[in-house]
Ligand binder design. Structure first.
Ligand SMILES: NC(=O)C1=CN([C@@H]2O[C@H](COP(=O)(O)OP(=O)(O)OC[C@H]3O[C@@H](n4cnc5c(N)ncnc54)[C@H](O)[C@@H]3O)[C@@H](O)[C@H]2O)C=CC1
Ligand SMILES: O=C(O)[C@H]1O[C@H](OP(=O)(O)OP(=O)(O)OC[C@H]2O[C@@H](n3ccc(=O)[nH]c3=O)[C@H](O)[C@@H]2O)[C@H](O)[C@@H](O)[C@@H]1O
Length: 474
């Protein structure tokens, strides 16, 4: 019988000999750990690869080093079954996997808006050093258009003699907080191919996903790369679009949620991603719209994506607005004031604080002299890792104790369920900014809270009324 070590594999030919697909997933962060566990769940032999030894040790012990609902169970189960293992040894990876998914980071470079592709290049270089037979490299990381074509040239130049390596791009659209569901039942699968090689293998990998009537889009490398950044740019634009209207209603009065509901009923527009708030953050939307502008400018189209600069600016102004509202509510003096910050992650159901509007606002209030107490159900440790000087506490009650002002900046269910009476008993002053528009304002105002949120006209003296915002009389 053939063992996984001694059988020779002809990945692209009809002489294929293997029984089970052997997959590596390179980069075991939010995307890669999810993809690796889900691939193992589909029944394949999977190797998770990283350069971070602490992360590898944790994953190998079945302990997920970040928060993602449903993923710990999948990780434990598949590690225990032996289908999923982890290593930093590329020789092992090249010898024991035929399909290599690249899921390393592509963060914004420190010196520009462009994506840092050094991790992608590093991973491909390491593979090329060791692959001696047939292999398929499948990019999943979000990259500037043209990257896959460049990598293909690198492969042609640097691959070992006798190897036969194809490249494909298979962008990922999962959302943090829904990563497992989005992987096992995505809205669509997109594969960009160079010359058709790899299509059969990708179809085999995703056979049980495709069986659920998931649309499959087979295209070229450039289109696949662009689909991903176009999707994120569209989502970011939708959020900034509603936040631009929030700026208008904050000035003239009006109700931003009603406006969003009303336009959202139009099926061509849709209600999703029209929630005004403190804006978008995270490891993807902000850096992806910047990298897209940078790449398109590099291609000579210096004006084409200019609107994304506006999208970015509108988004960043949401944070300014909360900081100035907070100052305004506290008598234009933040120094020495006690501010309770509820929520520090960029969105609920995640512990990710990358480019988090909530953390940014908390830090800016601290830098202006306020004492800031922070509570997040999952994000405290990551936030403290980036900015240790805030006062991180273990419950919303503790964060709110003696607070002069309370801010809800991430819409965790725990904060949606806050009781205005209970919170009113611990704070020093019943003042609140609902940065995500999730609290029932009339009910809170009835309990004596002075509060406001995105899209609301707010004047400190008039807003004490339980009737809500007072429109400006023109
Ligand atoms: N986080 C998300 O929800 C999604 C992320 N993406 C894209 O996926 C990519 C990865 O994102 P995240 O998982 O969030 O990043 P991450 O920063 O959580 O994980 C990246 C991992 O790659 C590892 N790594 C770096 N160089 C390596 C190398 N040479 N060999 C092996 N491992 C290496 C790092 O140590 C790290 O563990 C990015 O391009 C991102 O835009 C796409 C869709 C969803
Ligand atoms: O490329 C990626 O990494 C991923 O980026 C986003 O997913 P994610 O960053 O997990 O989070 P989203 O749910 O898109 O939220 C992004 C940000 O927008 C904010 N948002 C979202 C919706 C909305 O109506 N208003 C709003 O302010 C959220 O609070 C959050 O800060 C995309 O939704 C995924 O499809 C994509 O795969």
């Amino acid at each position: 019988m053939l063992t996984s070590r001694n059988r020779h594999r002809f990945v692209f030919s009809e002489r294929r000999t293997f029984v089970t697909l052997r997959i590596s997933v390179i980069g075991t962060g939010y995307l890669g750990a999810t993809h690796a566990a889900c691939m193992a769940e589909l029944g394949y032999e999977v190797i998770g690869v990283d350069v971070d030894k602490a992360k590898l040790e944790s994953l190998a012990a079945g302990i997920l080093p970040f928060h993602e609902p449903g993923l710990p169970e999948l990780l434990r189960k598949n590690v225990a079954s032996g289908r999923l293992r982890f290593t930093d040894d590329y020789e092992d990876v090249a010898a024991n996997a035929d399909i290599h998914f690249i899921t390393v980071g592509t963060p914004q470079r420190a010196d520009s808006q462009s994506a840092d592709l050094s991790y992608v290049d590093g991973a491909v270089d390491s593979l090329l050093e060791h692959i001696t037979g047939d292999a398929l490299i499948v990019g999943k990381s979000t990259v500037p258009v043209g990257t896959a074509r460049r990598l293909s040239e690198k492969i042609a130049q640097d691959a070992k003699p006798g190897s036969n390596i194809a490249i494909a791009w298979n962008p990922e659209f999962l959302r943090e907080g829904f990563a497992v569901k989005d992987t096992l039942r995505p809205d669509r699968l997109v594969y960009g191919l160079e010359d058709g090689r790899g299509l059969e293998l990708l179809r085999e990998v995703y056979a049980s996903v495709l069986a659920q009537d998931v649309p499959e889009i087979v295209t070229d490398l450039e289109t696949a790369e662009l689909v991903k950044v176009a999707a994120n740019a569209f989502l970011a634009t939708k959020i900034s679009f509603i936040n631009a209207f929030a700026e208008v209603t904050e000035t003239v009065g009006g109700n931003i949620k009603t406006l969003a509901d009303a336009i959202g009923h139009d099926k061509r527009i849709g209600r999703q991603f029209l929630n005004a708030g403190v804006g978008f953050g995270g490891g993807c939307l902000p850096k992806d719209i910047r990298a897209l502008q940078a790449r398109v400018s590099e291609l000579g189209l210096t004006q084409t994506m200019g609107f994304l600069g506006e999208v970015d600016q509108i988004n960043l102004r949401r944070r300014d607005r909360v900081v100035s509202l907070a100052s305004n509510m506290l008598g234009n003096e933040l120094a020495g004031k006690h501010i309770c910050v509820l929520g520090v992650t960029f969105k609920p159901n995640s512990d990710d604080v990358r480019d988090s509007p909530a953390l940014d606002i908390a830090v800016r209030l601290y830098n202006a002299g306020a004492e800031v107490s922070v509570y997040d159900p999952e994000g405290n440790a990551n936030a403290a890792g980036r900015f240790p000087r805030l006062n991180y506490v273990d419950s919303h009650q503790e964060a709110a104790r003696n607070a002069d002002l309370t801010l809800v900046l991430t819409e965790w269910q725990e904060f949606r369920d806050l009781d205005p009476n209970e919170l009113g008993e611990v704070v020093a002053s019943k003042m609140l900014i609902d940065g995500r528009n999730v609290l029932d304002r009339p009910a809170w105002r009835e309990q004596g809270w002075v509060m406001t949120g995105p899209g609301e006209y707010f004047e400190l003296n008039s807003n004490n009324a339980a009737t809500g915002p007072v429109p400006v009389q023109q």
